[in-house]
Design a protein. Structure first.
Lengths: 340, 340
DNA sequence: CTGAAAGCGCTTACAG
DNA sequence: CTGAAAGCGCTTACAG
């Protein structure tokens, strides 16, 4: 059978097409009895309105877009994005929205997709990840007037609503924990320097170490890849006054750090304590299991989808704070080695 | 400025809307000079045709759909899907197609989305993953007449074209390699039993072990999660005649297996050799780095997208064989321990 | 509360 | 090679 249209339903229910549209969209203009009859027919025919016709006639497309930069192969390894997408879809599906996913080589191409999606009428709004300070995408979106939500710190999201949590607070928790264990030389292997949340973490790390009077609180920049994490770790552990604890900005680099420590004959946590930001199943599987900063990334996705749908609906959405990552102490952290 | 339409372009170029459409779509019916003038105007206005109007008027929607079952948290950890999606998008973007991503609780819901997408005119075709023997989605898609490509073994893809490689050959390579090192007791921790490719691997494993006269060639079923891999490994290593080598159906379970071996005081590869199917950055980061069966998953994505676009274009696409996974020997494999 | 009609922005036969 | 027109399947004022 051909795909049924509202005309078919109107005929079967003995009403006009307009009435069918009102009934289907839950609008006033049809009596309860008529509405019920129409919905019954639509249900029996398993009717779904053509989304192209709907969007063309002025309704929403019911699609939101997500662009992701294809980085040097770290994307597939970090669970972050898949967990985020899971959360997004949980909320989007509930509201009958679909997700358009687009990988791009860089930020300029992301903006080009925003423009194109808007011109093509493909999406009602977009989600923005991996925000940098002065990110060109924010201004472009503000100018385009395309509803958008930033998944990142509010201070770089301009007038766009954002979803993020207080990374500074989590960093303080991690450093204070290590200090309480007795560590005095704590280092950090950081994420991509340009990302706004990296700057926040770095500032918090430096600040708390100063407050606690910890010297040598150095941050070595890296790019989330295992190789970069390994390189940074070798550099730290090869120094004269090597740190007794290292905090990594993602789990992949922490895994690499653990391996480098083993290579160098250092025991973890006996000679070196390790903390990973962003917990993942891998952290729990290692030997020793990694102490990690755990957060519910799926919940970010749910919150971001809610904000975006609200913005699409015309509400002035306000930024949301998720629960900050909290420390999950495991076997990779202990007191520092006794002074030789 | 309002979004320009073909009417605007027609006016500026001094032609009819029909001519603009023909020019934009590279169809005959306009002279080269006119075409060039039209394209120049469209380019200057940064024009992109409204995809809803285009689809409604009978052209393609230029969207393909991918449904992924949300499994017990393994999705985020396995790089497989992100790499697959990267490959898909590489080809789709090249052809101006977008990807609609939908996570679902189960296969029945996947079929419901296929039906709905078709009714709504949202997608021109879909991609199918994680195929089981007698998978209900295949028959449903054949009946719906929605163009589709299976990413899985051809023998379970019905009349749909498929993209997969010869897992049996790769399994033989791995077992023969271990046998050549001297191993006589090789076990396997398998993936989800219902998946078609799991059955193929199991049959190949059993077959080659029989051919080589290896006894105790048992496959312990698991579900790709680290926990299940750890449990299966404990069971294998706790047995009277424990294996000297284990092949894991994914990298997460192999990592868990490595940790269990360490827990039990077994050295890898001294006491136990480990092989992981599906290489990932994590495999290279561990200590020892894991010997793995490596394949180019992104290439599967490219091939699948090509097949699907061909099918959407009306061609009778034929299944494609990707390069089989090949063994990357690393530190986790060596000869078996000398008999006590 | 309901019906008839215009219009969204395209594509595509159909005449010239 | 070009123009005028119908039609895709909806939504939404606008009359009754």
């Amino acid at each position: 059978m051909k795909r049924p249209t509202i005309a078919d339903i109107a005929r079967e229910a003995g009403v006009s097409k307009g009435a069918v549209s009102y009934a289907l969209n839950g609008r006033p203009g049809v009596s309860p009895a008529t509405r019920e009859r129409i919905l019954a027919v639509a249900g029996r025919l398993n009717f779904h309105a053509d989304s192209n016709a709907r969007a063309l006639a002025g309704a929403k497309a019911r699609v939101v877009g997500l662009t992701l930069q294809r980085p040097p192969s770290t994307l597939g390894v970090e669970p972050f994005f898949m967990e985020l997408i899971s959360g997004l879809e949980l909320e989007l599906s509930r509201r009958s929205y679909a997700l358009l996913l687009q990988m791009t080589p860089g930020r300029d191409e992301e903006v080009a997709f925003y423009r194109r999606w808007l011109s093509e009428g493909r999406v009602d709004g977009v989600l923005v990840c991996d925000v940098r300070t002065g990110d060109s995408r924010i201004a472009a979106l503000e100018e385009l007037g395309l509803p958008a939500v930033v998944i990142g710190p509010p201070d770089v999201s301009g007038s766009l609503p954002s979803v993020w949590s207080d990374d500074a607070q989590s960093m303080v928790e991690a450093v204070e924990y290590l200090a309480a264990l007795g560590h005095r030389r704590i280092a950090r292997v950081g994420g991509i320097v340009e990302f706004a949340h990296t700057a926040i973490r770095t500032a918090a790390f430096t600040g708390v170490c100063e407050r606690l009077g910890l010297a040598d609180a150095v941050t070595v920049p890296a790019d989330y890849s295992g190789d970069s994490g390994a390189r940074a770790t070798r550099r730290l552990l090869g120094a004269a006054h090597r740190p007794t604890a290292v905090i990594y900005d993602n789990d992949i680099m922490a895994v690499a750090g653990l391996t480098v420590a083993h290579e160098l004959g250092l025991s973890v946590p006996g000679d070196l304590s390790i903390v990973a930001w962003d917990d993942s199943p891998i952290c729990r599987l290692l030997h020793p299991p990694l102490t990690a900063l755990t957060r519910d990334i799926g919940a970010y996705g749910v919150a971001a989808a809610q904000l975006l749908l609200a913005a699409i609906g015309g509400a002035t959405a306000t930024s949301t704070h998720g629960a900050p990552a909290h420390l999950s102490p495991r076997g990779s952290t202990a007191g520092p080695p006794a002074p030789a």
